[in-house]
Ligand binder design. Sequence first.
Ligand code: PMP
Length: 429
Amino acid sequence: MNRASRTPAGGPAPAAAAAPAPRPFDPRRVRAEFPILARAVRGKPLVYLDNAATTQKPVAVLEALDGFYRAHNANIHRAVHTLSQEATLAFDAARETVRRFLNAADAREVIFTRGTTEGINLVAQAWGRANLRAGDEVLLTTMEHHSNIVPWQLVAAERGAVVRVVPIDDAGTLDLDAFHRLLGPRTRLVAVGHVSNALGTVNPVADLARAAHAAGALVLVDGAQAVAHARVDVRALDADFYAFSGHKVFGPTGIGALYGKRALLEAMPPWQGGGDMIRTVSFAGSTWADLPSKFEAGTPDVAGAVGLGAALAWFSALPFDAVAAHEADLLAHGTEVLSRVPGLRLVGTSPHKASVLSFTLDGVHPHDIGTLLDLEGVAVRTGHHCAQPVMERYGVPATARASLALYNLRDDLDALVAALAKVRALFPL
Ligand code: PMP
C-alpha cells in the first residue's frame, strides 16, 4: 500500500513515497485488491470490460482518499495551521509522484487538472490563443478522441488557424506517409493520441515528435489510454505536452495532470484566473504566480491528487514487463476467441495495439449487444466512444468495445464470448 494512504490521525502528512521496489505480479492477487470486482451484477459475477472508460480502484487508493479526509483534510497553501500544512505536503508529494511516473525533469512541469480533457483545453486556450495565427495549422489524426479535436476547432476558429487530419488505414494504423506529407512549415502543433480509445492503436509518438520538431512544430500527446498500459517517459518521447486522467489509471475521477516543458509553460499566459495563480492583484493589473500555480486557479482537488499519487505509486510498484506480458496475452486471447463468434467484425486490427477490442456483430445494434451483455453481468461500452470520425471512417454508427486492464483474466473474455453466444442465439444470422 502506498504510504500516503494510511497515516494515523494527527500524524504528519506523507511525503512522496520513495521509488517502491517492484513486487511480483499475480493477476488474481492483484484483482483481489479491487473490492468492486467481487460484486455481482444482475445475479452474475461482474465481468468488467469497460476499462477504457474508467478503471476500478484498488484498496490502496480507496484508503488514501479515506485517510486524507479522516486525518488531514484542509485547504492547501493558505494557512499555517497543522492540517493545512499536512494537506499541502500531501498535495506536493502527489505532484512529485506524478513527476516520477512521467519521468518529467521537474515537478513544476506537472499541472494538476480535472483530467485529459481539461489538460488539452488548457494548452489550446493558453498556448493556442497566444501562438496560433491565421493560416497556422494544427495536425490531428482521424483516431482522436473528441477531447483532442474540439478544443482545437474552438481555438482554430478564433485564431483563423486550420485543423488538418492524418488519415488511418483499414487496420486503424496511422498513415505515416500522409503524416509526413501534411507536416509542413505552417504546422505549429501535432496533437495525437498515444493509444486510441476506439481502436487500441498505439501511435509511434516518439517518431512523430522527432519529425514534428524537425518541422518546427510542437507535440501534444493525449495519454488518456496509454498511462495504464505503457511505460510513459515524457523525456524519451520528447513530448512538449502530455495529458492524462487519473481515473484511467486506477485513480479517482476529477483529477489528472498535464505535463508541459518548463520553458513552454513559463512563456504561456494563464487560462483561468482566481486564487493561488497570482503573485499580486491590484485594480491596476495583476501578476502571475510561478509554475505550477499559474495554471492552478482556485482550490484544487486535493484529495483527488492524493488518491492519484496513491494510484500511481501502487501501479508503479508492479513489475511492468510482467503486467505488459499479461495484457498482451489477454489481447491475443480476446482477439482469438472473439474472431470465432459468427458475424463478429473487429474494428481496429493494427499490429501496434493495446487493450481495446472494438467490434460489430452482424444484425445486432451495438446498444442491444450492450444491454444483453449486461444481463449476463458483462460490462462493455457501446456507442461512438467520443470518436465519431473513427465511426465515420469505418462506416458504422457505433461499436461494442471490450477494454482491458491488468486485473482482467482470460476468464473474463471467455465470459464475454459465452454471453455473445446468447446474443447470437437471439439474433440468428
Ligand atoms: N482521450 C482519450 C483517448 C480518451 O479515451 C478519453 C476518455 N475516454 C479522453 C481523452 C478524455 O478523458 P477525460 O474524460 O478523463 O478527460
